[in-house]
Ligand binder design. Structure first.
Ligand SMILES: NC(=O)C1=CN([C@@H]2O[C@H](COP(=O)(O)OP(=O)(O)OC[C@H]3O[C@@H](n4cnc5c(N)ncnc54)[C@H](O)[C@@H]3O)[C@@H](O)[C@H]2O)[C@H](O)CC1
Ligand SMILES: [K+]
Length: 529
């Protein structure tokens, strides 16, 4: 991989707040880069991208929304260049007061004969809208005629490209302040802004891409340091970790031995799906413990797994693990898929073990009922909790859920439990005990269906068992599993639509999708930010 590619991958992984962004830009200005020069550089990059996506004559009339700050300044530079490139440009500038640099650009664009309007109406029938009303400097709710203008524009259907952020979205929380532009695409400038990753922002951001303007890595690292960084999960994890490196001469027990404790009469399928996810991970050995009445079914479905039939309760749940299962002989233990709360005793047993543990579904509900989150932090071994929002709220009732602050939620939960906490939702977030948070920006609604979580648990656990057996770092495999799982769903949805990605199909696509991203020797073939 070239230095430039490596920089690209690093740049795409950082996520910043508005304060961090202005500190980073402050270092650039302090080093001598004039503000006007940076604005010109950024806006030229935006212009080039726009022309590539919306060439004339397909697009002829472009409406440019200009706000009072440097977001508006960017937009005016873009407007000037579009004018010189032969587009018909109309400017909506609702506020006369503006920053000096923005004012200068406005004067020059007006001197070229480009028309300025204080009302939105003349722009409503433009072929394309460029939104430069507000960026990271939005301080308060948008109101009055600007809000009316935005709402009026949101009723139209032409494409809208927002510069840096859709105007009206809070840079750090993704909250809508008053009202917000519903963008078709968002050109995020320099570094990914945190607000773009909140589920509630999805309806406004549209397709987001990063416009790189050569921010030196040293300035980013100087500001972000290793203090609670927030990262975006990208295909870089595929280069780094998939497929898990293995020597020519090895054998199945050296490639990880996973114990999956799952299933019940009521939820037989969850055990199978967890097993399929584990198989796709490439784990060397899979032992799957289910209620004994499920053994024939599971042995038939998972020919290459060791299926252990456990004593079961009246309700068909696992009553206890048989003596034949020695927990210390496994590299990792996954517990919870389809267990039901009647298997509480088993959850207690694995919590008392010293093995790396992945808890999901009823494993988490049992943990919540046992109220042992505080003791969890005394576990020495690696522990991963994989709740969806409902399970999360039961486990961490005092931590605000995703609705308030995704990063704070998983960070606090990981701090409280000492575990890695994966909060599964449209934009899955992973909190680590060191305070770092990884967010998966690219997923698909196809995953919103029963069983996809069981596959993810199996996949994550299989990768973790292999890493432990191979003495590789375990933490990065959590974001790797989340990314891989989402990419498989996206690939499957591309072929079968979002309605066609049932969990068995999803597990099948895990191995179909991987070659697109990696080839032998782990060189990257397809980079996607
Ligand atoms: N740091 C840089 O110089 C660069 C910035 N880039 C672009 O500039 C914006 C950030 O610019 P800034 O001037 O800080 O803020 P905004 O343009 O987002 O606008 C803030 C502006 O608007 C006023 N304001 C805030 N809230 C409201 C409101 N609800 N109603 C009315 N007015 C409001 C506020 O007082 C400010 O004057 C960044 O996003 C980039 O697009 C360059 O791209 C790179 C260099
Ligand atoms: K904007």
């Amino acid at each position: 991989m070239t230095l430039q590619q490596n920089r690209q991958h690093q740049i795409h992984q950082f996520i910043v707040t508005s304060a961090q962004m202005s500190a980073i830009e402050g270092r650039i200005f302090a080093a001598g880069m004039p503000v006007a020069a940076l604005m010109e550089k950024v806006a030229q990059a935006i212009f080039k991208r726009l022309v590539a996506l919306y060439p004339r004559p397909r697009v002829r009339r472009v409406g440019v929304l200009v706000g009072p700050g440097h977001n508006g300044g960017d937009a005016l530079v873009v407007a000037r260049e579009l004018h010189f490139a032969g587009y018909e440009v109309l400017i909506y500038r609702p506020l006369s007061k503006c920053k000096e640099l923005t004012g200068k650009h406005g004067e020059y664009v007006a001197s070229l004969g480009v028309e300025f309007f204080e009302e939105i109406e003349p722009l409503l029938d433009c072929d394309l809208i460029v939104d430069g009303l507000f960026g990271v400097g939005l301080e308060r709710s948008i109101s009055g005629k600007i809000a009316q203008g935005i709402d009026r524009l949101n009723e139209q259907s032409q494409p809208v490209i927002s510069i840096d952020l859709p105007s009206g979205l809070h840079t750090d929380t993704g909250a809508v302040l008053g009202t917000a532009i519903q963008a078709t695409q968002t050109f995020c400038l320099g570094l990914w802004k945190l607000g773009l990753f909140y589920d509630k922002a999805l309806a406004y951001v549209g397709k987001a891409e990063l416009i790189d303007f050569d921010i030196p890595l040293k300035d980013i690292q100087a500001v972000l340091g290793d203090r609670n960084p927030i990262y975006r999960i990208t295909s870089a994890v595929a280069i780094a970790h998939l497929p898990l490196k293995r020597p020519q001469f090895t054998h199945k027990y050296k490639e990880g031995h996973l114990l999956a404790i799952c299933g019940s009469q009521r939820y037989m399928g969850a055990a199978l799906l967890c097993g399929l996810g584990a198989k796709a991970s490439g784990v060397g050995m899979l032992t799957i413990a289910v209620p004994k009445s499920l053994k024939p079914y599971m042995s038939q479905q998972l020919a290459d797994a060791l299926v252990v039939g456990c004593p079961e309760t009246e309700s068909g749940a696992i009553a206890e693990l048989p003596d034949s299962i020695d927990l210390s002989s496994f590299d990792a233990i996954a517990c919870g898929c389809g267990l039901t709360l009647d298997a509480m005793g088993v959850v207690q047993a694995v919590l008392e073990s010293d093995r790396p543990l992945i808890l999901d579904a009823d494993g988490l509900n049992a943990l919540a009922q046992l109220g042992t989150i505080p003791t969890l932090s005394q576990r020495e071994a690696f522990t991963l909790l994989t709740p969806h929002p409902g399970e999360f709220k039961r486990l961490f009732p005092d931590v605000q859920g995703e609705a308030e602050d995704l990063v704070r939620a998983v960070r606090r939960a990981s701090e409280q439990s000492g575990a890695v906490v994966m909060l599964k939702q449209a934009r899955t977030a992973i909190g680590y005990p060191d305070g770092s948070v990884w967010i998966n920006p690219e997923s698909t609604p196809a995953l919103a269906r029963g069983g996809s979580g069981d596959v993810l648990t199996g996949l994550s656990s299989g990768l973790i068992a292999q890493a432990i057996a191979r003495k590789l770092p375990v933490e990065p495999l959590v974001q790797t599993a989340v990314w891989w799982h989402a990419q498989a769903a996206i690939s499957a949805a591309g072929v079968r639509t979002e309605l066609g990605v049932d969990a068995v199909t999803l597990s099948d696509y895990l191995l179909k999708v991987l070659p697109q991203f990696v080839r032998s020797g782990n060189q990257l073939e397809k980079s996607s930010g």
